[in-house]
Design a binder for this molecule. Structure first.
Ligand code: B12
Ligand code: SF4
Length: 623
């Protein structure tokens, strides 16, 4: 049996760190690989031939030589997952859906896939494989029991393109003992953390070492959910690192009570855990209590952060705005807190109610859910929750302003100072070779710092800890993170408003005039499909009989539209002469920086001729 597993393209978010990936780390194309797919591949019968395609780093095969196709997805990938399931199904493939969102809401997939795998796959996937081989696959395989992680195989890391990811993923435990109201982790994985044996982790690290990985993210929901097991793991990692020349840089997710356990912190350091992601959510105790995030109320949060820094461990953190106790004043409180904390990678989200969570149930009862709104990505300018302490529009406006304040050059530099004041002797890292590190620095200087003007350069130089040179790499990393987040804000958090509607119609008229000749000859159709807040959705249908001049001018016009606004563009390539292929390629190269907002359809006849990089552009199918 030949199986293709696909990780659909993500919509860009803060987590994409697109600017850093495209500009500073061009060898890397995404932050983390789809570990679920590598695990699933390892659960297949030995005689199955498995391939993994991650659309975030590579193009999709449109006519793969396989017998079945599995597509995974989180909620944020649902639209793309649906599109891919429909496309491949329409081509006659047997399609299977799985992953986080199918686990949370399997009912949404009923009409989309031939089989659905809901929940952890360790036991139900082998059962599906047996049924399929026997010719009687069922529609739904739902895990209702508890999977022992000691039964989870070493993932097929060898099927992933290791060098394209910033860090490889490895999972030690699932589940978390806490009960935060908004959390879907405990709905999916339960409150009793389950762990692998440390020897399993050792085997996974052996394979990652063989494949050349250096950077490993322990993707546990809360690595210290079971402290005894966490300590055993960390001791094991410490010894493993000593044995293997401290080859790995590790990072993970943990709850804030990490700061209260000195032994745990020492072990983090000894194991080479250079950074940790912590859900801080709010500096406001009333909001934490409301969210049942009581573990964050037992100590002064700022003091805890500084304790973690004092062990040489960097912090990424999640923050939430929109709790019932939050008002318009909350933005300023969060601003001051985040600045003081020195946290550069501050992932601030609007409170979002994921289906099946206690928060979702409560707000549904209170009539405070927006059913059509985004329920999966809490870092967009919108949520499905109607706030209580402020109006929806005040919340969105405040959210936008908060980001602008935090991620101006002054904010980035000041946070670095506030972090480095407490960060002691960072955990030794060997993330990059000397050659890689030099190339990274050169690109950061040229495209990030010098491009930001003399003011940014001055702030950069001022922020470097000249008297403690060991901390300089941390400052450089924080500038890279800060500029990447700022770049995202500049492109995605523009002001919406009426003038933009006029602007959208202006773009349409501009295109109509510029390309009148082609339109009149029936070679091109231009239209404006929708105007939604600040964004126009422009569409160009290429019908052949174009020339080089068209592509050159189209590149200029479309690049300007994408640069100036949050509009998106759809290119329908219905007809294209072979000799124009290189002109089209040049046009696409110009637009690729905005690929997230460029949708492309290619007519059936041209699919062998026109290859679109679906990891760059949204390749759409007219099924
Ligand atoms: C690593 C990670 C990431 C990585 C990316 C990982 C990747 N490339 O896929 C990063 C850091 C980039 C990330 C980002 C985000 N993430 Co994330 N992430 C995780 C995390 C911590 C681990 C995922 C993982 O590797 N698990 C380990 C594997 C082995 O488990 P698994 O994926 O569940 O797979 C099992 C089954 O689902 C099944 N399976 C998996 N795939 C498939 C496919 C098929 C066909 C089948 C049959 C079965 C199957 O088999 C596996 C073995 O049992 C999870 C939490 C978690 N515990 O899963 C959150 C999680 C998946 N992320 C989540 C969210 C919300 C996000 C963000 C939207 C956060 C945000 N607000 O911005 C962003 C979006 C990214 C973007 N737009 O760019 C949610 C998803 C909720 C949902 N139900 O959809 C989760 C569950 C965490 C949470 N509750 O907050 N994330
Ligand atoms: S600490 Fe994190 S994983 Fe645990 S319940 Fe709270 S939000 Fe969920």
């Amino acid at each position: 049996m030949r199986l293709l597993l696909i990780n659909p393209r993500f919509v860009e978010s803060f987590w994409s760190f697109k600017w850093a990936m495209d500009t500073v780390l061009p060898i890397r194309k995404a932050v983390n690989p789809p570990l679920g797919l590598a695990t699933l591949a390892a659960l297949c019968p030995e005689h199955w031939e498995v391939t993994i395609v991650d659309e975030n780093i590579e193009s999709l095969p449109l006519a793969p030589q396989v017998d079945l196709i599995g597509v995974c997805g989180m909620g944020v990938q649902f639209a793309r997952q649906k599109e891919l399931l429909a496309f491949y199904r329409s081509r006659g493939y047997f399609v299977v859906a799985g992953g986080s969102y199918a686990s949370l809401c399997p009912e949404l997939y009923e009409s989309l896939a031939d089989s659905i795998i809901a929940g952890e796959a360790e036991y139900i996937w082998p059962q599906f494989c047996r049924d399929l081989e026997a010719g009687k696959p069922q529609r739904l395989y739902q895990e209702s029991d508890v999977v022992a992680l000691t039964d989870s195989p070493v993932p097929r890391f060898d099927l992933l393109k290791v060098d394209r990811y910033q860090a490889m993923s490895l999972q030690f435990s699932r589940g978390c003992p806490f009960r935060c109201e908004f959390c879907d982790i405990i709905v999916m994985f339960g409150r009793k953390p389950r762990t692998k044996a440390v020897e399993q982790v050792g085997r996974e690290l052996d394979l990652l070492r063989k494949l050349g990985a250096r950077n490993v993210f322990f993707v546990d929901d809360n690595l210290i959910g079971n402290k005894r097991a966490a300590k055993e793991l960390l001791r094991f990692l410490r010894d493993y690192q000593t044995e293997h020349d401290h080859r790995f840089q590790f990072g993970t997710e943990a709850s804030l009570n990490l700061a209260q356990d000195g032994e745990l912190l020492e072990l983090f350091r000894a194991a080479g855990m250079g950074w940790v992601f912590i859900g801080i959510e709010s500096p406001d105790e009333a909001s934490l209590v409301e969210a049942q995030k009581l573990q964050n109320t037992h100590q002064d949060i700022l003091a805890s952060i500084r304790t973690v820094y004092s062990h040489g461990i960097d912090i990424f953190a999640g923050f939430i705005i929109g709790f019932d106790h939050d008002t318009v004043q909350t933005f300023d409180r969060q601003y001051r807190f985040i600045m003081d904390s020195g946290i550069q990678a501050a992932m601030i989200g609007l409170l979002t109610a994921a289906p099946r969570t206690p928060l979702y149930e409560r707000l549904a009862k209170e009539g405070r859910l927006l059913p059509e709104a985004n329920n999966s990505d809490n870092t967009k300018l919108g949520t499905n929750v109607i706030p209580k302490g402020m109006s929806y529009s005040e919340m969105i406006a405040g959210y936008r302003v908060l980001h602008r304040r935090l991620f101006d050059d002054r904010g980035i530099a000041a946070r670095i100072g506030n972090k480095l004041r407490y960060l002691r002797d960072p955990v030794a890292t060997r993330k990059y070779s000397l050659r890689e590190a030099t190339a990274i620095l050169r690109r950061l200087f040229r495209y990030g710092l010098l491009a930001g003007g003399i003011g940014r350069m001055a702030r950069f130089l001022w922020s470097l800890p000249w008297s403690r040179p060991r901390l300089i790499p941390q400052a450089i990393e924080d500038w890279t993170v800060g500029i990447a987040m700022r770049d995202y804000i500049d492109r995605h958090f523009r002001d919406a408003g009426e003038p933009s509607k006029q602007q959208a119609h202006g773009y349409l008229r501009g295109l109509e005039q510029a390309f009148r000749r082609y339109r009149e000859a029936g070679a091109l159709e231009v239209s404006l499909s929708e105007v939604r807040s600040a964004a126009a959705m422009l569409s160009l249908r290429l019908r052949g009989r174009l020339d080089r001049g068209f592509f050159v001018r189209a590149a200029r016009h479309l690049e300007q539209v994408l640069q100036e606004s949050t509009s998106s563009v759809t290119l329908h390539i219905d007809e294209l002469h072979e000799t124009h292929l290189r002109h089209l390629e040049r046009l696409l190269r110009r637009l690729s920086r905005y690929g997230d907002r460029v949708r492309i359809t290619v007519s059936e006849r041209l699919r062998d001729l026109v290859a679109i990089d679906s990891s760059r552009f949204h390749l759409s199918f007219e099924v």
